[in-house]
Write a protein that binds this ligand. Sequence first.
Ligand code: NBG
Length: 828
Amino acid sequence: MASGHLQNRTDAQELGGRTDIEGWKRAFERNLFNVLGRFPATATANDRYLALAYSVRERLLDRWVKSSETYYREQARTVCYLSAEFLLGPHLGNNLLNLGALDTAKQAMAELGLKFERLLDQEEEPGLGNGGLGRLAACYLDSLATLQIPSIGYGIRYEFGIFDQQIRDGWQVEIADKWLRLGNPWEIPRPEIAINVGFGGHTEPYTDEHGRYRVRWIPARIVKGIAHDTVILGYRVNTANLLRLWSAEAINSFDFESFNTGDYYAAVEEKVASETISKVLYPNDTALQGKQLRLEQQHFLVSCALQDMMRIHLQRAPDASGFHERYAVQLNDTHPALAVAELTRILLDDHGMDWASAWQITRQTMGYTNHTLLPEALEKWPLDLFGRVLPRHLEIVHEINHRFLDEVRLRNPGDHDRVRRLSIIDESGERSVRMAHLACVGSHAINGVAALHSELLRRDVLRDFSELWPEKFLSVTNGVTPRRFIMLTNPGLTKLVTDAIGPGWTRGLEELRKLEPMADDPAFRDAWRRMKRRSREALAAEIQRQTGVVTDPASLFDVQVKRFHEYKRQHLNLLHVITLYHRLKCDPGYGAPARTVVFAGKAAPGYMMAKRVIKLIHAVADVVNQDRATADRLRVVFVPDYNVKHSQHIFPGADLSEQISMAGKEASGTGNMKFAMNGALTIGTCDGANVEIREAVGAENFFLFGMTVAEVRRRLAQGYRPYDHYQSDQELRAAIDAIADGAFSGGDHDLFRPIVDNLLGSDPYMLLADYRSYVECQEEVGGVWLDPERWTRSSILNVARIGRFLSDRAIREYCRDIWHVQPVPIPD
Ligand code: NBG
């Protein structure tokens, strides 16, 4: 559907022109023939998509060669973004946009009799991430390239990305994501860049030629990492950076001895075992801890990345000593935190450095971004598992810890408790390695992803570290790229804004502000309303195509799309839906506006409660959507298989953005930014970046409800009793009773019992405490919606004031405060 949007697109900056159109046509035909071995009459939809993709790739490679030549010549300081996840989204449209060739290519395809939208739609996105964290990494690559910063994203080339979600009978079913099945025109395999990564085995002390004590690691197993490059082009610049993903291969595909003795299966065993490492992305489950394969993936990633960086560094540098001057490494959460031990190991063991130098280089190289406050999501590895998989690294971690704790003791004599709390090794219960501690000790900068989150990190989760090194702690509020999430997804809004204030906003951070006065211009408001209406029509069409449910584009589109987790409280949203339904049933004259409540998102396969909430949404939708009495007032839909591609259909059509996590749980959120920049108003709690979004857009243009972090704490300290709310609030009781009594499950009392029991028993995310405030706030939303002038004004102001949440701003802050890197423009 993205496509439908593209129709009236005019890009003032586009070069266009006849020669360019002819160029695209020739390139397309040449690639169809030369690369794919097809001619137009027999080409499949995928062949055509590939032919256009290869035509784009030629232009990317051109820029990539120039960029890499320039970086090589200038020995430019390079940002290396280490991340277990990159959730890129489809490349074709985005690359054409960044090339400034969207319209020309579209015209060229039209002249060849092809529907451009169909070509775009053919692309299978690389789902190499779970959600916000992986998508943030992708937005940051886009901004790094756009800001002309030399950078490399390092990750894993999972053969299977995040599962595809199907819905059967209201339940989520996971389907393997075979994203590489039809080929991937965007990647360039580099079989010659092969890196050996060790696992297991043992270590041996020895004395080197200078008589110094050394340690040698003899791994039991070596796996080869093969680089696969994807070019990341900046927006309207020549800069093309790299995303380098590693896939695991066996050192020898065949063990010839076994093969010759007739044991064919043993011969391929090693190959299978090695390749398992990059087989599949772990869906982020709260109970991931302790999976050996996951630890192996983490080591594989950081070892490939750091060895590759060293290889590149030594192409020009005489030795490893300048490593930290050449590179700024950012650890995207603790998944790559092993980099601290691995870089120390490389410098010590492979380059013969002494401890002090190796450690200093490591610390000056690394920065660590924390992305979560949930205690269960803080990674820990059991010591024995760690030692089995990475014996040398465990020794190094012990040594780091030993020296670190000496420093702590020196500063805090007698404070044994502090030492215990700070230790990288958790000695309580099963001994384990705390990855966040390793990351903190090994980094020169530690940051949270929104002001509130960073504050809570300092105050709670990493309090001891912030007392020790207050100067290391920073905050960089997340941002998202306006290229993909406004220009590509929302051409209607793009055109309206560009016609009003010129094209500078696509790169200038505060340029959108020029839109502010237009919020009071009746003609502009009118145009804005028509634009939003068209977007809702497009979303309604997409919803019908995917789910069969007919929705009314005149209604308020109330949208919650994100991963399913109890702390995100999709079920609080549902309690409101049920309440609204009850009100409409009781009082047909009830004055609320017609609403379409849209949900989408995946639940981790092992997370039963989240999956049951998905089932409950379907169950409520079935009842509500079929009730004639409320049919034109309330609709509920679940759009399956939420991913980047599908999200691009959803943001433009949303009027209300649901950001309703329990205060203190959502580190930042980034969907909240994407909605606001597409003109949706937010209903949200004082959590994550909501706080700053509200400040930026103005309190009167944001619907705030619920407890603050301080109030949550107070309530918990007093002893929270959800049942009291159930008893005292009649509407809440009615909503919960309806679920418990089988109103949405054909009389079945058991189906949703786990949800009801959870809410009435402990309600760990305090839905019941926030319910009344939420429902009242939703009434206010309804009231404002019924005043279209006021709503539209707020919608425009949300866009006008959202500039702070663009990823270019975030990346500038990282460059200035953490990485200390400068742009390196690439000449024409
Ligand atoms: C997520 C947070 C989000 C945040 C993104 C990006 C993890 C571990 N964390 O609130 O839950 O927006 O990271 O920073 O996925």
